[in-house]
Every structure is written in structure tokens, then in C-alpha cells.
Write a protein that binds this ligand. Structure first.
Ligand SMILES: Cc1cc2nc3c(=O)[nH]c(=O)nc-3n(C[C@H](O)[C@H](O)[C@H](O)COP(=O)(O)OP(=O)(O)OC[C@H]3O[C@@H](n4cnc5c(N)ncnc54)[C@H](O)[C@@H]3O)c2cc1C
Length: 194
């Protein structure tokens, strides 16, 4: 949520079109429109969980390299019906909240044809995963302490071991997992296991 605003930069009297009144103008008209809409417009954005699915994966690109000649990653990632359902649920919930507040939804509600407004995968730029953690070495890279299943003294203490991207920002979880891994490393070192 932000402070009540006039909508500077967005042409405040553009809101008039939603109520069938005149768009445009300056001087007194613009001033009265700014007063009319000040503090009266709210927006809601949603985030959901990107579900862990084996169909989504990345691989080393066979042909594209970065500026240093290192092959880049190639991503294969699509939303499933589960994420699309989350987006629909959010849109419906937002509408319910706004209408019950006495508000009037402005603009068109994103529908099925555009996945209820769901952005493309990766748009939120919360890069996590690819070296997923798990108990089974056949389906995961690290154990729950972010220690490689295959090499005892290698730990991945970044966002690589995430198995999914939750609706929350990832950095606190990166820190919490790193702390757990650090405590485990100290304990294992004392026991001379690593
Ligand atoms: C603009 C932006 C805003 C964000 N805002 C938030 C936020 O508010 N809250 C939040 O929780 N998250 C936020 N995120 C997401 C968060 O920053 C990432 O999820 C997190 O940084 C991932 O951590 P990481 O250590 O796994 O990877 P990174 O931080 O990406 O670290 C990877 C490191 O590996 C290095 N590297 C890559 N390839 C090689 C190579 N071949 N050799 C050597 N080094 C290499 C890179 O230079 C980099 O330093 C944001 C991300 C972006 C891009």
C-alpha cells in the first residue's frame, strides 16, 4: 500500500472515463479532478507460489554463450493450471475486497484468455532453484542442510536448493537456510565427519 496520491504522472483526469465524464482539461478542472480522486484510488497486486513440477527445468544451452564464452542456462518453464487457478482466485478475492469496501473496480478484470493477469514465468526476478534439496539423491542435488548428496564437503548456501518459489520474498529464507547449514557444518566439523 502507498500513501494517498493524486496520480501525478498518470494524468489524474483519465479516471473520468470510467464514470463516463469528461477526460482532459487543465486549470480549475484539473484541480477539482485531482481533489476528487486524491486518496480515493487503491490498487492490489498479488503473488502466489510457483509449484515445483518436474516438467519445468533448465539445462546448459548447447549453442549460446555469455560474453566470457561460458554457456548460459536455457529454461523450460510453463505455468500449470495450478498457478492459473491461483491467479483467478486472487482476482476474484481482490474484487470481493474492493466491492465490499464500497469501491468500484476500474478497468477490465483480466480473464481466462490472459491467464487472469498472470505474468510470464521469471517476471518477478526472484531467482531460486536448480540445485533442489531433498532426501532422495535420485531426485535432488543436496540434502536439507544444503550439502551435496555426492560430495560431503560441498554446500550450496544460496537460493539454489529451493524446490519452489513461494509467494514470499526469498532472501529471508536464503538466510535462514544458510544459518541452518552453518550450524550443521560446525557440528559436523567438530565430529570430524567433514
Ligand atoms: C532487481 C531485483 C530485485 C530483487 N528484490 C528482491 C527483494 O526485494 N527481496 C527478495 O527477497 N529478493 C529479491 N530479489 C531476488 C533475490 O535477489 C535473488 O533471489 C537472490 O539474490 C538469489 O540469490 P543467489 O545467491 O542464489 O543468487 P545471486 O544473488 O544471483 O548470486 C549468484 C552469483 O553467482 C555469480 N556467478 C554467476 N555465474 C558465475 C560463474 N560462471 N562463475 C562465477 N560466478 C558466477 C553471479 O555473479 C552472482 O554473484 C530481487 C532480484 C532482483 C534481480
Amino acid at each position: 500500500m502507498g500513501m494517498p496520491s493524486y496520480g501525478f504522472g498518470f494524468n489524474v483526469n483519465e479516471f473520468n472515463k470510467f464514470f463516463g465524464t469528461k477526460v482532459g482539461g487543465y486549470g480549475d478542472v484539473l484541480r477539482s479532478d485531482a481533489k476528487k480522486y486524491y486518496g480515493a484510488v487503491v490498487g492490489i497486486a498479488g503473488r502466489g507460489e510457483s509449484i515445483a513440477r518436474k516438467e519445468n527445468y533448465c539445462e546448459i544451452d548447447p549453442s549460446t554463450v555469455d560474453e566470457f564464452g561460458i554457456p548460459v542456462l536455457k529454461f523450460h518453464y510453463q505455468w500449470s493450471q495450478l498457478e492459473i487457478n491461483q491467479a483467478k482466485h486472487m482476482q476474484d478475492t481482490f474484487e470481493e475486497i474492493l466491492v465490499n469496501m464500497g469501491g468500484e473496480p476500474l478497468g477490465d478484470k483480466p480473464g481466462k484468455e490472459i491467464n487472469y493477469g498472470l505474468h510470464n514465468p521469471g517476471r518477478i526476478i526472484h531467482e531460486v532453484g536448480t540445485t533442489r534439496m531433498g532426501d532422495d539423491p535420485r531426485t535432488s542435488v543436496t540434502n536439507k542442510y544444503q550439502q551435496l548428496h555426492d560430495v560431503d564437503n560441498v554446500f550450496i548456501v544460496d537460493a539454489g536448493p529451493f524446490v519452489s518459489q513461494a509467494d514470499k520474498n526469498c532472501t529471508w529464507t536464503i538466510l535462514a537456510l544458510s544459518m541452518r547449514a552453518s550450524e550443521y557444518i560446525v557440528e559436523q566439523l567438530k565430529q570430524q565427519n567433514i
